[in-house]
Design a protein around this ligand. Structure first.
Ligand code: NDP
Length: 326
């Protein structure tokens, strides 16, 4: 038996509790892991509170991220004692996730924990940080370099945006941090942002083109914010789009693409192929200033996760939430 947060559904009612479950209930998989650390992501908070239909199979253990130690393996890449990290692949949605002391998953979904990153730090980075690195890689793949000019990061004070700001500044970019929270200006400057842009500047009426401003951008917002960003890109610029914090729509035109050669590069972390994930984690270990990042994490024990989920959705929790599971 092991401790797990379990979401159950009977008829139309969803319930969630911290309970003990038997190993015989574990889902199929060729690697068993003792989970050491997990996180509470926005998606997990939605799953736990039942606010959105994130969970598509019941009963479900939430937790889209975890780091732990292999205790059993039939996969050629992993042996007992290996430290591993997992993000996405539908874990916590259709396959039991990280908010339990034991997990069993497909070895193909795992990434070996890179040298120099502890399991706790891997969860401070979490899906948000790993997605930020995928966005930085997308800009690089499209030729955006520090000499190209200033780059913008929207939702800069959020999970993805703060790591993207830190990573891009670390690579020598001038970073314009776009935020709706002026109170976070010092925090963003501390991460390396060279200018702070009020989100309102990107929230107004969208024109097909605006003055050329940025060589690249990481966008977590979508909707009007992304449409305005596209209209403000310099000739040949690239926007790496990964989120929908402002909405799912995109009220733009083809003009930025056909007159300025702008590229809109989509970024997905959930089904991202294994090789790219490993590269993202390798780069995170090499480039991310973990001390600067660590200051922004909050530790929530397993027995407080369920009560923390609604507070998280209400925006009452600042920074990344890491959960000591072991
Ligand atoms: P957070 O909630 O930590 O941050 C989102 C940030 O977006 C907020 O902090 C805020 O930043 C900004 N924001 C909020 N509302 C609006 C708005 N109406 N208009 C513009 N900006 C807004 O979330 P994450 O950083 O973890 O995730 C960001 C987005 O990326 C989400 O939509 C998430 O679903 C998506 N995502 C996608 C992934 C993928 O694989 N594609 C993986 C991970 C996340 P500020 O206060 O600075 O303005």
């Amino acid at each position: 038996m092991f401790d797990a947060i379990l979401i159950e559904k009977t008829d139309e009612t969803q319930s969630v509790k911290l309970t003990q479950v038997g190993e015989d209930m574990l889902p199929e998989g060729d690697v068993r892991i003792d989970v050491a650390w997990s996180t509470l992501n926005y998606k997990d908070a939605l799953a736990i509170t039942g606010t959105a239909p994130v969970v598509r199979k019941f009963p479900m253990v939430p937790g889209i991220d975890f780091a732990g130690v292999v205790t059993q393996s039939a996969h050629p890449d992993y042996a007992v004692g290996d430290h591993v990290v997992l993000n996405g692949w539908g874990v916590g949605e259709v396959h039991w996730g990280g908010l339990a002391k034991t997990a069993r998953v497909k070895g193909d979904w795992l990434v070996p924990l890179p040298e120099g990153i502890s399991m706790r730090q891997a969860m401070e980075i979490g899906t948000a940080g790993y997605t930020a690195m995928l966005c930085v890689m997308a800009l690089e793949a499209h030729g955006v370099v520090p000499a190209s000019g200033e780059v913008a990061v929207t939702g800069a004070a959020g999970g993805v945006g703060s790591v993207a700001t830190l990573l891009l500044a670390g690579r020598g970019f001038d970073v314009a941090a776009v935020t709706g929270r002026a109170s976070e200006a010092d925090y963003l400057t501390g991460l390396g942002a060279t200018s702070i842009v009020d989100r309102a500047e990107l929230s107004g009426k969208v024109r097909p083109l605006n003055k050329e401003r940025w060589a690249g951008a990481v966008d977590v917002a979508g909707s009007t914010v992304l449409a305005n960003l596209l209209s403000m890109m310099r000739y040949g610029g690239t926007v790496a789009a990964c989120g929908l914090a402002a909405g799912m729509d995109l009220p733009t035109s083809v003009v930025p693409f056909i007159l300025r050669g702008v590229t809109l590069a989509g970024v997905d972390s959930v089904m991202c192929p294994s090789e790219k994930r490993r590269e993202a984690w390798r780069l995170l270990a090499a480039e991310l200033d973990l001390e600067k990042l660590g200051g922004a994490s909050v530790e929530v024990p397993m027995d407080k996760v369920i009560e923390t989920a609604p507070k998280f959705l209400d925006g009452q929790v600042r920074g990344r939430i890491v959960v000591p599971v072991a």
